[in-house]
Design a protein around this ligand. Structure first.
Ligand SMILES: CC(C)(COP(=O)(O)OP(=O)(O)OC[C@H]1O[C@@H](n2cnc3c(N)ncnc32)[C@H](O)[C@@H]1OP(=O)(O)O)[C@@H](O)C(=O)NCCC(=O)NCCS
Length: 212
């Protein structure tokens, strides 16, 4: 059970909305040894987000937006790139200046619950970027007083469900009208820590084997 009284984000508001959290900028390495930059999104990322969106497959866009949505409007670009880094936060992953993945959370107002959403470039899917985004989002959200992630995903979205389960958090899923409604507590647990450590070891072993 989450002890909210001891949760840093609730009683010790260390995070001022609107202040860019540079400390969340990091480099991530995939199982295949690809090293990429991950950082919180900024308003001046509108152009690279627009380019990213424009070249996604219709299937990926449909899975993210539940509709045919080939272009983002100017107001959507502002909404998606302007976040306050406390109640709304998005991480982008960049490969040599090109945006290749984005993951975000949006807090439900006045709650400790936030909705998460992910979109990975088709050419970069199945390389672990989804799970890396979820790990970093969960850490940042937990530090900011969020205790639960919720998501809606299409019933046949195996990749998304894989990512949620790979986190090691206790995922609860319910099917409603062809949509899976997912929720899980993001308090770090022995299981989530163990899963991350096991994955880090597995990926390191794969990278070493690839070098031999
Ligand atoms: C769903 C999505 C975010 C997952 O991101 P991802 O980066 O592909 O996720 P991961 O690589 O961490 O894991 C997904 C799959 O890749 C596999 N995988 C991970 N690393 C792998 C590797 N090194 N080699 C081969 N497969 C790998 C996983 O086993 C998993 O397999 P599955 O799809 O058969 O279950 C991505 O596919 C996507 O953007 N889809 C379109 C939009 C969408 O569905 N958004 C979700 C709605 S919120």
């Amino acid at each position: 059970m989450t002890d909210l009284a001891n949760h840093p984000g609730v009683h010790a508001p260390m995070f001022r909305p609107g202040v860019y959290p540079s400390d969340l900028t990091t480099r991530v390495t995939t199982e295949r040894g690809l090293t990429l930059q991950m950082r919180p999104i900024r308003p001046d990322d509108a152009d690279i987000l627009n380019q990213f969106h424009a070249q996604l497959s219709p299937d990926s866009v449909f899975r993210r937006y539940f509709s045919v949505h080939p272009e983002l409007s100017a107001s959507e670009l502002v909404h998606l790139t302007t976040v306050d880094y406390v109640d709304r936060l998005a991480f982008i992953i960049i490969d040599r200046g090109v945006l290749v993945a984005v993951g975000r959370y949006d807090r439900d107002p006045q709650t400790t619950r936030a909705e998460v959403a992910f979109l990975v470039d088709d050419a970069f899917q199945h390389q672990g970027l989804g799970i890396l985004l979820l790990d970093h989002l969960a850490d940042a959200a937990w530090a900011r007083g969020i205790t639960t992630f919720v998501a809606e995903t299409q019933a046949d979205n195996r990749s998304m469900m894989h990512v949620f389960r790979e986190s090691g958090f206790e995922v609860t899923a319910r099917l409603e009208d062809e949509i899976i409604l997912v929720h899980f507590p993001i308090e770090p647990t022995e299981s989530s820590r163990a899963r991350r450590a096991e994955r880090a070891r597995r990926w390191a072993t794969s990278r070493e084997a690839a070098l031999r």
